[in-house]
Design a binder for this molecule. Sequence first.
Ligand SMILES: Cc1cc2nc3c(=O)[nH]c(=O)nc-3n(C[C@H](O)[C@H](O)[C@H](O)COP(=O)(O)OP(=O)(O)OC[C@H]3O[C@@H](n4cnc5c(N)ncnc54)[C@H](O)[C@@H]3O)c2cc1C
Length: 291
Amino acid sequence: MIRNYPGFPDGISGDELARRLSNQATLFNAGFIINRAAGLTPRGIGYSVRLADGAEVICRSAVITTGAAIRRLGIHNVDRLAGKGVAYGTTVSEPEALTGEDVVVVGADPSTGPAAVALARHARNVTVVLRGGTDVSLSADLVKQIERTRNIRVRVNSQVVDAYGESRLEGVIVRHRVSGTTEAVGVHGLFVLMGAEPGSAWLKGTAERDQDGYLLTGPDLESHQARAQAWPLDRAPLWLETSLPGVFAAGDVRHGAESQVSVAVHEGAIAIMLAHRYVREQAAIGVGAIG
Ligand SMILES: Cc1cc2nc3c(=O)[nH]c(=O)nc-3n(C[C@H](O)[C@H](O)[C@H](O)COP(=O)(O)OP(=O)(O)OC[C@H]3O[C@@H](n4cnc5c(N)ncnc54)[C@H](O)[C@@H]3O)c2cc1C
C-alpha cells in the first residue's frame, strides 16, 4: 500500500496505481510493447533497443526506468504471508504498527540496523537475524547502539528457513548455520531487508554503472574520474543523462535513487523533458534522420 503518494490520502496499492497510470498514458496516445529490454546499442545517430524476442526498437533518445527488484528469501511460506505480517522492502515504514509485538528483522542491508532500532521503540522484542557476524553487516556505532537497546537481540550465523501461520504470520524457523540447530520463534512481524537488484544487467558494459549496478547519471557520472573520461561530448552530461548521450535514467534504477514513487514519477517527467530537449538540439545542429 502506497500511503505517501500525493492525491491519495487513503493510500493506493502499487498495482492499482500502475494500472491507472498506464490507462492514463494510453489516453495520451502512448504506445506499449509488452516485452523485456535485453540490450541497447548506438545505431546511427540514435540507439537500437533489442527486446527479449529479438525484435528491435530504433530511437533517437531513450529513458530507462527499469527500477530495482527487492531481494527475496525464496521461501514459499514467507512469500505466502507477504502483507500478512511479512514485509519486504529497503526500509521499515510505520514501525508503530508493531507496538507491543515480537518482530524479526532479516538482512545485512545498510538499512537493517536503523530499522531494528526504529522498531525497538515500539515492538516488545526485536530479533535481528544475520547470516554472518555483526562485524560484516553493521557499523561499529550501530553495533554499540543495538547493544545498548534492551529489547534487541542479534542472532549471528543464522538464517530464517521457514515461516508459519495460516491467515497471518505466527512465527519463523531460525537455523544456526554452524551447528545446524533450528528453533521456532513466535513473531507477528518479519521484515526482510536484503536490499534490491537494479534492473540494469542488460546494460552492463554499455552504460556506466556504480559498483552495485545502479546507473550513473549527470553529476554522479562526472565525479567518477574513469567514467568522466568515457563521456564523449564537449558539454557536461545533463542531470539524468547516462554515459550514453541522449539516454536518460529515472527512478529506482538510478544511482542515488530515493526509492519513492513520487520521486520516480518526478524524475520520469524531467527525463522526458530532457529527452525532448536533446532531440531538439540534435535537430538544431543539423543531425539527420536515424540511419
Ligand atoms: C514492498 C514495497 C513497498 C513500497 N512502499 C512504498 C511507499 O509506500 N511509498 C513510496 O513512495 N514508495 C514505496 N516503495 C518504493 C516504490 O515502489 C519505488 O520507489 C517505485 O516503484 C520506483 O519506480 P520505478 O519506475 O523506478 O521502478 P519500478 O516501479 O520497480 O518499475 C520498474 C519496471 O520495469 C520493469 N523492468 C525491469 N527490467 C526490465 C527490462 N529489462 N525490460 C522491460 N521492463 C523491465 C519491471 O518489471 C517494473 O515493472 C515500495 C517498494 C516496495 C518493494
